[in-house]
Write a protein that binds this ligand. Structure first.
Ligand SMILES: O=c1[nH]cnc2c1ncn2[C@@H]1O[C@H](CO)[C@@H](O)[C@H]1O
Length: 538
């Protein structure tokens, strides 16, 4: 038997040898190994006490809740997750960098509502008068006006003429009691910005169906955020909530598809450069407030990946490329990448843009600037489809990282290229599940990538839409869905998020150093917390 076990261990070792957390495990401190063991213990216990279908329903009293298991559908599991010990441990983990998030979906919808209500110039309209039957299928449109063109009727009034603007306060206060009054307005507002479980898992339970609802959330949010006074407050909230979750550095994708933002005067005339000026100011204020609390080491900064939509005709892309170059020249430290976004299964593949993208590289060489590609690719269940083939083009075009790379695990050669060239995957597990690429975490291909040694950064993608604010939820879902993955794996993923960021080397070194310090402290709290509990029990 000894010989058998020897052979077994050796086979396991060989199979898992490529994993990036393996290397680290060999140099782990005793505290790290202990903390990893403690966390595995908590996971095993809660797999039974919280999730086991035959176990005592510790946190849910409803036997009809579908599919109770660790890594189950996030939107149904969210309330259960919040109460677990495991989640509360992870809340305190230093997360490193958030490398994949679309700015217009990063602030909690209720907070955005508060921001919106703070600006009485904001007006709202709908394409029909709201009623009980059409409420969920009608989305609000927003626009600021200095002189109110206000309709004399509210949105739910039978005399409301569709398309007329109503000030946001009036719309809220006059919201018909039958539709819930002002609280009903708030709910309608928030519902228009989020995907709920019945939408994801029943009404729109396929990728193409849920993308319809997903797209409509951006129609609403982009109008609110494209109002300069809201934009500032919004950015502040994004930074604040990220740092609270233990994220110390962000590379956000800003969608520059719209050429102008609305100003305080209600005119749509604020160009992209002023968006970045505002961003810089908000960041400075935020840094100052952290410094006052002696917390400046918790925040390295935020940089921007320039994005536009992948439906523009290739000629139109030229405008955005020139715009991106100009912004890079004016804000060299802020603009760190370029990407094309939108539903890959239905919009244009990268190959359609091969001309402008190649010229973009040439222009950068001529000008002596560097704006790396950080492409979305392979966010699909397809194999050999246009969206899947984006992986080949992203790599050939020299992408620094891959956004999603959901279908990458089907391509052995591409995986080894990613491993060897250090092309990290920005994995967005909760996003993938809600957008129906996978029905649950145990079916997500992430373990295949980890086992192949592909560098991974976990990302939240569109947390305001999915409700996975911060990174704790994504870390949680990954941790409960694989026995191989442990706390040390999560640590390696967090470390890699900084390693594969687009920070310059000195900045990166400092970020890594600060992270390691916080990580050691985090490990000590787990170990001590555990000792204390033992002491209490004895
Ligand atoms: O997961 C995603 N894949 C591709 N595009 C996305 C994803 N999430 C958001 N967007 C796109 O980004 C824009 C907002 O900045 C939206 O147009 C949305 O479609």
């Amino acid at each position: 038997m000894d010989a058998y076990f020897h052979e077994r261990n050796s086979l396991i070792d060989q199979d898992l040898a490529l994993r990036r957390d393996r290397v680290k495990v060999k140099t782990s401190t005793p505290s790290e190994l202990l903390a990893d063991g403690i966390v595995r213990g908590v996971r095993a216990k809660e797999a039974y006490s919280v999730w086991h279908p035959g176990g005592e329903p510790a946190y849910y009293g409803d036997d009809n809740t579908p599919h109770i298991f660790p890594g189950m559908e996030f939107l149904t599991a969210r309330d259960i997750i919040l109460k677990t010990k495991l989640f509360n441990i992870l809340l305190k983990m230093p997360k490193g960098a958030l490398l994949h998030a679309h700015l217009d979906a990063t602030v909690n919808a209720r907070t955005l509502l508060k921001l919106a209500l703070g600006h009485p110039n904001l007006h709202v309209r709908t394409s029909r008068n709201l009623s009980f039957t059409n409420l969920t299928s009608t989305i609000p449109e927003f626009r600021p006006f200095v002189t109110s063109p206000s309709s004399s009727f509210g949105l739910t009034d039978e005399n409301y003429a569709p398309g007329e603007w109503v000030s946001i306060h009036r719309a809220r206060e006059s919201f018909h009691e039958r539709l819930g009054g002002p609280a009903g307005f708030d709910k309608w507002f928030i519902d228009s910005l989020m995907i709920n479980p019945s939408e994801a898992y029943e009404k729109y339970n396929t990728t193409s169906k849920i993308w319809r609802k997903f797209r409509s959330t951006f129609e609403v949010s982009s109008e609110l955020i494209r109002y300069a006074p809201i934009f500032r407050g919004y950015l502040h909230e994004f930074l604040k909530s990220s740092v609270e979750d233990g994220i110390s550095y962000i590379e956000a994708r800003i969608n520059f598809h719209y050429k102008f933002m609305f100003g305080q005067d209600g005119l749509e005339n604020i160009p992209h450069r002023e968006w970045l000026v505002a961003l810089k100011q908000v960041v400075e204020e935020f840094r100052r407030s952290l410094k006052e609390q002696s917390r400046e080491d918790e925040f390295i900064g935020i940089k921007i990946i320039y994005t536009t939509l992948r439906h523009a005709p290739p000629e139109e892309l030229e405008w955005y490329i020139e715009d991106c170059i100009q912004l890079k020249q004016e804000f060299p430290d802020l603009i760190v990448g370029f990407d094309l976004v939108g539903h890959e299964d239905t919009l244009k593949p990268l190959i359609d843009y091969i001309d402008p993208l190649t010229r973009f590289k040439e222009r950068q060489n001529e000008l002596g600037i560097d704006i790396p590609f950080v492409f979305h690719a392979g966010e699909t269940t397809g194999d050999g489809t246009k969206a899947d083939m984006n992986l080949y083009d992203a790599i050939l075009l020299g992408t620094k990282r891959i956004g999603h790379g959901f279908s990458l695990y089907k391509h052995p050669k591409l995986m080894s290229i990613c491993r060897e060239r250090g092309i990290a995957i920005e994995a967005c597990p909760i996003s993938n599940e809600i957008l129906r690429l996978t029905s649950s975490m145990p079916m997500h291909p992430l373990p295949a990538l980890l086992n192949q040694g592909v560098p991974i950064a976990l990302c939240s993608d569109d947390p305001a839409v999915f409700g996975n604010m911060g990174l704790t939820f994504d870390y949680f879902q990954v941790l409960v869905a694989s026995e191989t993955t442990g706390l040390l794996t999560l640590g390696q993923i967090a470390r890699d998020s900084i390693q594969y960021s687009l920070l310059q080397s000195a900045e990166k070194e400092r970020a890594l150093e600060l992270w390691e310090r916080r990580w050691s402290k985090f490990i000590e709290t787990i170990v001590h917390g555990h000792h204390n509990q033992d002491a209490l029990r004895n």
